[in-house]
Ligand binder design. Structure first.
Ligand SMILES: Cc1cc2nc3c(=O)[nH]c(=O)nc-3n(C[C@H](O)[C@H](O)[C@H](O)COP(=O)(O)O)c2cc1C
Ligand SMILES: Nc1ncnc2c1ncn2[C@@H]1O[C@H](COP(=O)(O)OP(=O)(O)OP(=O)(O)O)[C@@H](O)[C@H]1O
Length: 307
């Protein structure tokens, strides 16, 4: 899959089918839409394109700004490539994009630059200046600009429409089961290992502390059953997210105790896959109580993973 970062000199050697949206999380609804896109493109000899933005459009359009992100750009590209997408457009949502009328967006970008013959959008997709365009409008102009439109109906799980917004809520409430169900895979955090307080080793539970930038949504503070991917190898682990109240006043940290691992991880990128929340973070009276509790946490994780 090729990532297109500028609208200048686009060189795609055939007409295209284009899916439109932010696709944060690439959840089950997004996946269904993209499977349809790739399928229709294969049948009609078109290149498949996902048209998305580097920054969330709500950055420029609403006062409380963009929502926190679920996945990294790298992970998004990886998932889209796995689904068979040929090109992902990944450009800045700037004033030019923001002020384009829906019709101009169709003509000047989708038709003139990408030779679009098929548009694939969800039931609730909106686009163009002040979100004036929607799926029905895209349909309305299809003869004028000669393209077809597929409007994907709402994909639900347990009578709830899947959306990135709901998944962010599940994650921040620690409802990992629901987040995983809607994502169609384990929710995960990717980040580089940084230095922590250096106390974990003393307690007998060394932890890899992960740096995550503040643009990302985080699970509620507490202890989670997790697995870690390090250099393409999977390990069982247990992860604490919180301010470590037993130890004093600390900024929020994400730290993972990895089972059967004792290598040096500083500076390395690791991925933590979340399975279930076990408990909330607590302030213990004594350090010894915290150590006993972590021991119990580890036993529960081993039981959970059947190891
Ligand atoms: C499984 C697990 C559970 C934890 N639970 C708590 C907790 O309930 N309360 C708390 O203050 N700290 C908790 N911690 C965080 C420890 O205080 C932390 O690992 C220790 O301070 C070492 O931090 P460091 O990696 O920055 O050296 C937990 C850590 C782990 C790995
Ligand atoms: N559950 C769903 N079923 C079908 N299509 C969907 C679903 N969710 C999103 N889509 C479609 O996928 C494309 C990308 O949508 P978008 O990135 O806005 O996702 P979203 O989950 O609705 O996000 P948010 O909750 O942040 O608004 C759009 O065309 C949208 O209509």
């Amino acid at each position: 899959m090729e990532v297109i970062t500028s609208l200048e000199n686009i060189e795609i050697d055939s007409n295209t089918g284009i899916a439109l949206g932010s696709f944060d999380g690439v959840h089950i609804g997004h996946q269904a839409l993209i499977v349809n896109l790739v399928d229709v493109c294969k049948k009609s000899n078109l290149k498949s394109v996902v048209y998305t933005f580097r920054n969330h459009p709500r950055n420029l359009t609403v006062s409380n700004g963009a929502p926190k992100r679920i996945i990294t750009d790298k992970k998004k590209f990886h998932l889209l490539a796995e689904l068979g997408v040929d090109y992902t457009v990944f450009i800045d949502f700037d004033d030019y994009q923001r002020t384009l009328s829906p019709e101009k967006f169709i003509k000047e970008i989708l038709k003139d630059k990408f030779k679009m013959s098929y548009a694939v959008v969800g039931f609730n997709y909106r686009f163009g200046y002040r979100a004036q365009g929607d799926a029905a409008f895209l349909n309305h102009l299809k003869e004028k600009y000669s393209y077809d439109v597929m409007i994907v109906k709402a994909i639900n799980i347990q009578d709830e429409v899947i959306s990135s917004t709901k998944i962010r809520e599940f994650i921040s409430n620690g409802d990992i089961g629901k987040a995983n169900l809607f994502l169609g895979r384990n929710y995960s955090i990717v980040g580089n290992v940084i230095h922590g307080k250096g106390l974990g080793k003393e307690f007998g539970f060394p932890t890899a502390n992960i740096f995550v930038n503040k643009d990302y949504i985080l699970p509620s503070s507490g202890v989670y059953f997790t697995k870690c991917i390090i250099d393409n190898k999977m390990y069982y682990s247990i992860t604490n997210i919180g301010v470590n109240p037993t130890i004093g006043k600390n900024p929020i940290s994400i730290e993972t105790h990895i089972f059967k691992f004792d290598g040096d991880l500083y500076g390395k990128e690791i991925e933590i896959l979340f399975f279930q929340k076990s408990r909330d973070e607590m302030k213990h009276e004594k350090i010894q109580d915290l150590i006993c509790q972590i021991n119990r946490d580890v036993q529960l994780a081993k039981k959970f993973f059947n190891i």
